[in-house]
Design a protein around this ligand. Structure first.
Ligand code: GRG
Length: 303
């Protein structure tokens, strides 16, 4: 478990909220796999999906559903789908053709254990299972809401999101990158799925346009802040704490926020983004406590 600061505001206990969310998500993830054949594929999928991780994306989805007045239980299949897409992206990102890493979530990367072919296919199976979770395993959610969720997930995972960000990121290794390009990479590679996490929870609850608009702004800001902090942690934290190889951006000669702006200015930017995210949710005051605390957690996290 990461070190975390208990944020207690108006009787809201953030540590307890986070722990309860993680328990719920872990249980749902555990029950979401099976019956994959052959056994090696199932093992590879379970290995990465159940390897821990902060579970931030599913927790954001559940919190957003609750803020919009929805039944959190109905959002659980989508929450697991988000973690599946995220895990797939980590497996593929670690492959030799991409970031070529051998440590993830504190253990050897998927391809180191199961081989490249199985790792690629385990990622593919998780990505497609994610859509199955929403389309076929979300009882009780009206079909038109599920269709919107599927739309958001497609945009986030594909060329307009993760894939687009990743390809620009790879092309930027070893070359000078300006702040606009760096922001493009961060918003797509990392921000798109965080944004989808927040929006899908609200869509399942049937949120109105005002709230969806506010959540769009909130999630764009926290998505960018999240990756800025990721860049900072890459240079300030150890591999042991991060559970992945620290200092990777330097080795791969990547442009990062600390490289362009320095550590202090990068931190200040992330904090300003979190402030902006919280500001936009102020009309929802008390009900938004979990999302406000999650925004602050993004800049205070140590891994
Ligand atoms: C094949 C459709 C398809 C997409 C894959 C490989 C790829 C395209 C994109 C890479 C996206 C990527 C790995 C972005 C980094 C995002 C990031 C900051 C990950 C770390 O997230 P945390 O800190 O990790 O939430 P945990 O382990 O806590 O879940």
């Amino acid at each position: 478990m990461p070190a975390m600061t208990a944020v207690v505001a108006s009787g809201f206990d953030f540590s307890e909220f986070l722990e309860a969310g993680r328990r719920k998500v872990e249980e749902a993830l555990d029950g979401s796999l099976g019956p994959e054949r052959p056994e090696s594929l199932r093992e590879a999928m379970r290995y990465s999906l159940l390897a821990g991780g902060k579970r931030l994306r599913p927790i954001l989805c559940l919190a957003s559903c609750e803020l919009a007045g929805g039944d959190v239980a109905l959002a659980l299949p989508t929450a697991t789908a988000l973690e599946m897409i995220h895990t797939m992206s980590l497996i593929h990102d670690d492959l030799p053709a991409m970031d070529d890493d051998d440590l993830r979530r504190g253990r050897p990367t998927n391809h180191k254990v199961f081989g490249e072919a199985t790792a690629i296919l385990a990622g593919d199976a998780l990505l497609t299972r994610a859509f199955e979770m929403v389309a076929l395993r979300s009882p009780g959610v009206p079909a038109e809401r599920l269709l919107k969720v599927i739309g958001e997930l497609s945009l986030a995972a594909g060329a307009p999101g993760l894939v687009g960000g990743q390809i620009v990121d790879l092309a930027s290794e070893g070359v000078e990158v300006d702040l606009d390009t760096l922001e493009y990479i961060h918003l797509h590679k990392t921000g798109a799925l965080l944004q989808a996490s927040v929006l899908t929870g609200a869509l399942i609850a049937g949120a109105d346009e005002d709230l969806i608009g506010a959540l769009r702004t909130y999630s764009r800001a926290i998505g960018l802040a999240f990756q800025i902090i990721d860049d900072i942690l890459d240079v300030t934290a150890s591999s042991e704490v991060l559970g992945k190889t620290a200092g990777k951006d330097l080795t791969a000669d990547k442009t990062t926020y600390p490289k362009l702006l320095g550590l202090e200015e990068s931190k200040a930017r992330a904090e300003a983004l979190v402030e902006q995210a919280c500001e936009v949710l102020s009309p929802w005051a008390e009900k938004a406590q979990p999302l406000l605390a999650l925004a602050s957690y993004i800049t205070s996290r140590d891994r």
